[in-house]
Write a protein that binds this ligand. Structure first.
Ligand code: FES
Ligand code: FES
Length: 156
């Protein structure tokens, strides 16, 4: 069945079963391999993308549920204000170790920063608790989110 989905500002027509997870449409049909497969059960966060600006697990999101909602992936998150700040902070803090979880981490962190320019520790914990990092980069992730939030200035 044909579905139109808008990814990173571009609309694609894809011919897949309606229950095909968005993750596999991105990776196998559209060739966008920045979004990773970890668990396939919404447990690890590696597959996180934004759907309508909300951090979402693409491994459990059937393409038929997306409709006209815009999808943003790691390939384009740097073009958003929050995403650019998060990516800069990630580089400054040298967050990445093996890297496998990191596109999902960045997508969750940028969704947090876009909706909450000055997150508290508990906001960060809530937003990031579903993103697992086997390399244990959690401390640097927290520091980088705080750095990115500081670049938003005070108040607001
Ligand atoms: S692959 Fe989607 S949450 Fe793990
Ligand atoms: S950087 Fe290796 S799993 Fe997170």
């Amino acid at each position: 069945m044909a579905f139109n989905i808008t990814v990173n500002g571009k609309t694609h027509s894809v011919n897949v079963d309606g229950d095909t997870p968005l993750l596999w449409v991105l990776r196998d049909v559209l060739g966008m391999t920045g979004t990773k497969f970890g668990c396939g059960m919404a447990l690890c966060g590696a597959c996180t993308v934004h759907i309508d600006g909300i951090a979402s697990r693409s491994c459990i999101t059937p393409i038929e549920n997306i409709g006209n909602s815009p999808v943003t992936t790691i390939e384009a998150i740097g073009a958003t204000t929050a995403g650019a700040k998060i990516q800069k902070a990630w580089l400054d803090r040298e967050v990445v170790q093996c890297g496998y979880c990191q596109s999902g981490q960045i997508m969750s962190a940028s969704a947090l920063l876009a909706s909450n320019p000055h997150p508290t520790d508990s906001h960060i914990n809530n937003a990031m608790s579903g993103n697992i990092c086997r390399c244990g980069t959690y401390v640097r992730i927290r520091e980088a989110i705080k750095q990115a939030a500081q670049s938003n200035g005070q108040g607001g």
